[in-house]
Design a protein around this ligand. Structure first.
Ligand code: PEP
Length: 250
């Protein structure tokens, strides 16, 4: 049986106003089956206001895919936590592997963003994950541990209570190759152990999401694992019925 409680849709650079309307209607029609699962939709920045206008039920929340670490000022092209907060954003993805690779986002900048997000009372969804060569070289845990140590550096226990960790093996993102439930659970159990060692009871309560080619047909087996508290969903979150089925499996 699943004990998952949080499912996050990462639309990446996809979608339009028609999709925000379609998705909100499908989620509204299916939400009675989600049974206490919090569903967060992270569209691109330009669709946040539109999506906010369509969220009129409690268990669906708005998320963003990135944020600036700065409060305001001369940072052309950047968006601040306060700007997102004003739109009703509650969750912010940080350190997605695509941003780490394409924007050279460092653990230090992720830590600064996590500090800004949690200080403002929003939830930081901090992504970690190893690539294929690191897994094959048996370096999975050392890579994840270093990402956790550096991306969460300096957060107080109070701030950690506003953190979600998403384990997303890079080799499984958008590839159709999913970590098996046992592979995912093995890493999640180590992340949980690290969180408890460093943040005690607060660490025990940090939700741990798995991401990487989660689909309607594999969600239930992943969500049944003891330390998998939900999912971060990319491609399948753009298809309303499939995304609803994943939320139902949680
Ligand atoms: C993601 O990008 O966060 C992700 C998990 O993508 P996908 O589900 O498409 O693998």
């Amino acid at each position: 049986m699943s004990n998952a409680s949080l499912v996050i849709a990462n639309w990446k650079m996809n979608g339009n106003r028609a999709l925000t309307r379609e998705m909100s209607e499908i989620l509204r029609d299916n939400q009675a089956d989600f049974k206490g699962v919090k569903v967060v939709v992270c569209p691109p920045y330009t669709l946040l206001a539109d999506m906010a206008g369509h969220i009129y039920y409690d268990e669906i929340a708005l998320g963003a895919q990135n944020v600036s670490q700065h409060e305001n000022g001369a940072h052309t092209g950047e968006i601040s936590v306060a700007m997102l907060q004003e739109l009703g954003v509650e969750y912010i993805l940080l350190g997605h592997s695509e941003r780490r690779a394409e924007q050279q986002e460092s653990n230090d900048s992720i830590a600064a963003k996590a500090a800004a997000v949690t200080q403002a009372g929003l939830t930081a969804v901090v992504c970690v994950g190893e690539d294929k060569s690191q897994r094959e070289a048996d370096k999975t845990w050392s890579v994840i541990q270093a990402q956790l140590e550096q991306s969460l550096a300096g957060l107080s226990a109070k701030q950690m209570a506003r953190v979600v960790v998403a384990y997303e093996p890079i080799w499984a993102i958008g590839t159709g190759e999913t970590a098996s439930p046992a592979q995912a659970q093995e890493v999640h159990a180590k992340i949980r152990g690290w969180l408890v060692e460093n943040y005690q009871q607060v660490g025990a309560r940090v939700p741990l999401l798995y991401g990487g080619s989660v689909k309607a047909n594999n969600a239930e087996s992943l969500f049944s694992e003891a330390d998998i508290d939900g999912g971060l969903i990319g491609g399948a979150s753009l298809k309303g019925e499939e995304f609803s089925a994943i939320c139902r499996a949680a």
